[in-house]
Design a protein around this ligand. Sequence first.
Ligand code: ZN
Ligand code: ZN
Ligand code: FE
Length: 745
Amino acid sequence: MPSKKIRIKGIIQGVGFRPFIYRIAHSLHLKGFVRNTTSGVEIEVEGNQRNIAQFITMLQRKAPAAARIDEIKVSGSKIEGHKGFAIRDSSESTGSTQISPDIATCRDCLHEMHDPEDRRYRFPFINCTNCGPRYSIISDTPYDRARTSMRSFQMCSACAQEFSSAQDRRFHAQPDCCSLCGPTYTLHSITGRMIDTHHAITKTASLLKNGKIVAIKGIGGFHIACDATNCRAVTRLRRLKKRPTKPLAIMTQHRNVTSIAHLNEHEDRMLKSPIAPIMLLKKRRSRICNAVSPGNPFLGIMLPYTPVHYLLLEKVPYLIMTSGNIQDEPIVQQGERVAKRLGTLVSFYLDHDRAIENRCDDSVGYYLPGKGFSMIRRSRGYVPIPVELPLSVKPTLAVGPYLKNTFTLADKHEAYISPHIGDLDNLETLQFFREMVEKYKKWFRIDPQLIVHDLHPDYLSTKIAREMPGPKVGIQHHVAHFVSCLGENIVTGKAIGIIFDGTGFGLDGKIWGGEFFVGDLRTQQRIGHLQYLPLPGGEASIKKPFRIATAYAHVLLQKTLRLSTNREIHAIKRMIEQERNVVYTSSMGRLFDCVSAMLGVTMEITFEAEAAINLENIAAPGVKGHYPYGITDAEPRVIQVSDTLSAIMSEKKRGISKGLISAKFHNTVAAFSLDLARRVRDETGISQVCFSGGVFQNRYLLNLMIKRFTNADFMVHVHRQLPNNDGCISYGQVIAGNTDTKAIP
Ligand code: ZN
Ligand code: ZN
Ligand code: FE
């Protein structure tokens, strides 16, 4: 009688994997045990050889939906003469477990929640082995109830019965609970007064229905909610959140999505997945208030992903659900903090008494034709699943950039990327950053031997890195972008990196952001860039695109644009002429800002990249042709845009529509990029390209460039597991920091 030991790695804890193993072992009359270890799941089986073979096939083919098997190792083992098959308690061993992300409420649970006969009828914390909170309630590994914030809830006998019954779909579901033994929702006024305990959710729904703004505790933190069809409420929320135009996310049930947005089958599949991200979908004319995403053809839509969301949506079918934070601070996780941080925004909050151990924002993305899901923010539903590294690294902590910060803790081939931390410019965010670094080190048992940071000396992340003990290395921002895209796509050969970005500290002390590299995971050479142009008033001018347009027109066209007061125009000119308070930049983001302001589309911005987004949004479809540009011959080649801007100005004067000019400007960017890449290919034979950088969040540009480059027989790599924006930086830093990267300016 043979006996086998099977070790499995992957997302296999907290997804109903052990109960599943138990059931198939039973059905095949195998004896032995299964247990969680800190490095995955360990199984021992004894029995008929054929059944063991079938067992190994079944465990791969029929694994629970939320599980992901990365590795299976089967070895022979000693016959122990097990009496039956058992689920054993976790064993402590070395290695790192992979913690399951939070999983959206499953169909079985929803069905029970809507069944008046069920003991969990309308219970807002219903969950099972296939769904519910995981990452957000974990305080340590391996994943057992005692190491989650469910530890303070003693199971009632009915729940305990389910938990220990192999035939039950809540067998070993760690957060299992019911209305007798589980957490409860309570409604509070912002002054802290408890308003309701018994009908807290119904009352909250009524408040929302009546146009109130309410903070709602969910899985990874508080959302700020209001009725998305009530324009007064939406406008008020915007005014209070000091967020005049940046799009707000909507939550609605699946059946309602197509009445407010267009939806293809790929988008639908992603929307309904256990990740339940915010998807950017093409808007339809609908009841949704225009102020939700003014002037933008897309709506950010997500489906309900916890039971309480379903209950609230019964009364208010379209809810604004925006992160419960003020501007760039992290999302609020505790009821007691609501009054302090969100007191000016909401008058009520719906709280519950299950602690959020780890906060996590909603993930955001969209469907990129031919490429799949394109990430804008990688957080809930993904975190903390590791992303594979293209090479083995020493234990490393990469602290990431300043904006949209994530850090990465890595070892060997695994990169554990943090949830979205936010913009590292305030104490709250900084504290969140430090707290998560410590947790990641503990969970994944990685003690970093190398710290990698950005080259920008003033970034808080750089300063934190400097305070840490051990060897450190600084990596240029756009090199990190390039290597991140190479690494994620496991490109081991040479490629051309086209990095179009907002801002990054360059090796020559200037601000880079329109960069062309040639290289691989180990060496990168900057072979081209957008010409250097002056930013009057330094990086502060980023908020005022009209200043950028004025400066660029002055320097390149010797023209005075009348975009602001004479005094301001003079001040800008003086700064440039006297070289005072001016920094030089090759940023592609700034070129978009310049054109946006030149056309009168956006003069000042209220959120990052607003001018560029508005320029993208007006671009007319199907426009051919582009404006002239120049490319110098010597390396690094410089892309010159004076002819481009001059043609734009004269077309504007002739009354050509902004939509047409915008489209032709996008075409120009694609044209000079392809032109430069072709020259490099002719000289070197390299025909792979990587696109990275925040500017590629521009869907119009990204689609256009993918099409043009593919047609020209380039092999195009884009980010798919990580965002184009600075959310990908820390992952790239890990690779570059470990390969002794030398970027040559
Ligand atoms: Zn479920
Ligand atoms: Zn119970
Ligand atoms: Fe960047």
